[in-house]
Ligand binder design. Sequence first.
Ligand SMILES: Nc1ncnc2c1ncn2[C@@H]1O[C@H](COP(=O)(O)OP(=O)(O)OP(=O)(O)O)[C@@H](O)[C@H]1O
Length: 427
Amino acid sequence: DLAGDRDALLALRAAVGNHLKWDQSVSPCQGWQGVSCSPSPNQRVVELRLVAKSLSGQIPVGTVGNLTALQTLSLRFNAISGPIPADIGGCTQLRWLYLKGNRFEGDIPESFFSLALLKKTDLSENRLTGGVSSEFNKLRNLATLNLEGNNLNGALPSGLDLPKLTQFNVSYNGQIDGPVPASLPGLPASAFLGTALCGGPLAACPNSDSEAHKSRKLTLGVIVGIIIAALVVLIIILSICVLIFSRRRRAAAGRSTEAAADVHEGTEPITVTVAMTGRDAVKRSHSPPGSPLIGDGKKLVFLGSAPERPYDLETMLRASAEVLGKGVHGTTYRATLDGGEPVLAIKRLRDVHLPEREFRDRVVALGALRHDNLPGLRAYFYSKEEKLLVFDFVGAGSLSSLLHGSSFDHTHLSFAFFRPRVHGRHV
Ligand SMILES: Nc1ncnc2c1ncn2[C@@H]1O[C@H](COP(=O)(O)OP(=O)(O)OP(=O)(O)O)[C@@H](O)[C@H]1O
């Protein structure tokens, strides 16, 4: 009632405008500056206009908020600070609210959005903060909304929907950004000046979303490309490795087959020779000190029956030896055992890296070969470091001596005939 309005006004005056000359001996409706009332008999304060009256300080709750019949509140161009009173929603009849040009700060209070009859609101030129809430949509009668010159921030609600809105201004709120909502058509650019807004009457928004998306896509594309390229390179490398490996295996298998076939046909046993010939001295004097040849626990292995006059590794190492010739795969020595017999041709293989079982199989296969032109393979020695093949010595001289002028008798002929066919490749 009016008494309540009176108390509210006096409380407001006490807070922000003690200098106001309001005669308390009369009703507020009887000449209080800026106060207007509804007609009798149910008089109420319906208007409070204190424009540029040097009001300062904060408006407490229980003052303006208690003017429940107030339809117009205009406090423009004062120096009122602090928040808009949280109970402003109590002014349920409020239609015109003008607070421009003060120092109101903080967020627009929640109760403000219950002022369903509001038609014009001017909160400009204050220090209000916070976002422009979509709660404004509750103010269905709002035709004017001036928020310019505050510290509002964030994007405008895209679904801002105020059917009666004709005037809207959020300019000079530097932190308001994003697009001008499509729901606010036909507004001039001046409504949005001094903000970070775009689109609508302002410059078009950079298509940041799609650009970011594009660059994300590009990055993703580059990554996928790199992965595919790496896979292709890997596959190529693997294929090359497999190709090389299988070629080597095929070549090795081919050489074995070819050699076996050649031997059987009495021609050059290339692979067998390759695998089984070569390497340096047998004689102790030729062996470096600590040679694995000596005392490594390995034994000479005889192919077939043991010789009439048995010999072992020790005997062989004691034998007098001379180099017969050096081949690609090692060196062959003539070794005469103690007592002058037997005379052996010993090949010390070089760079033969076969497991013992395979080595033995090959030697056994080689030893099983029978041909007039093949010297008999009698024994072998295998250790990790040393591999020896022990042949019968064929005392026919060498092809070299034949070629370079030695006598040409039947013995030489047979040996000469043998050498080129077995080792012809090197000859
Ligand atoms: N059983 C043998 N009896 C007599 N002399 C031999 C015997 N075996 C090899 N020689 C002589 O030793 C020389 C060298 O033989 P070796 O087998 O090391 O030659 P190579 O076939 O050229 O060797 P490689 O196959 O390692 O290239 C031969 O040219 C030959 O004069």
